[in-house]
Write a protein that binds this ligand. Structure first.
Ligand SMILES: [Mn+2]
Length: 157
């Protein structure tokens, strides 16, 4: 089973301009050696406004929907709901998902950059983010089911 099955099952690629996607290599390529992958945050004006935080990891984009947006200030924690893996080429997606389709509404790039993986456990990810808006130390902690907390731990050095 592909990690993108859920992504593909939810969408009709004849109707949405979202990428159909491909499985990437398990180890990320085309990146600086000092980082472990790219990240993106997409502002998504769907039935409810939210921000999608996605990490390039293991050949796919691990994804969370953050209702109030990722924290910009140290000590702030935000609910981040884990959603289905997205294909790597979604990292540049912007556009309008037409009415009647999954996630209908406008998607725009809110931030993009690179991350360094500090710690990875099943219920905990520690990251250093280097984006335009998101910078510094972050932790994602799984609390229950698909719910995580995204917390900004420290400002960049
Ligand atoms: Mn979304």
């Amino acid at each position: 089973m592909s990690s993108l099955d859920e992504y593909k099952n939810k969408r009709n690629f004849n109707k949405t301009s979202e990428p159909e996607g491909y499985e990437g290599k398990k180890n990320n390529s085309n990146q600086s050696e000092s980082f472990d992958g790219r990240f993106v945050v997409q502002e998504h004006h769907a039935s409810r406004l939210h921000w999608d935080f996605r990490l390039e990891m293991e050949g796919t984009l691990k994804s969370w929907a953050v209702p109030k947006g990722p924290p910009l200030v140290q000590g702030i924690r935000r609910l981040a709901v884990e959603v289905e893996d997205h294909p790597l080429d979604y990292i540049n997606f912007e556009g309008v998902i037409p009415k009647g389709n999954y996630g209908a509404g406008t998607v725009s790039l809110w931030d993009q950059g690179y991350y360094k993986l500090v710690e990875k456990k099943p219920k905990k990810l520690v990251l250093v983010l280097l984006g335009d808006k998101l910078k510094g130390g972050y932790v994602l902690v799984k609390t229950k089911d698909n719910q995580w907390l995204m917390i900004k731990m420290y400002e960049p050095e």
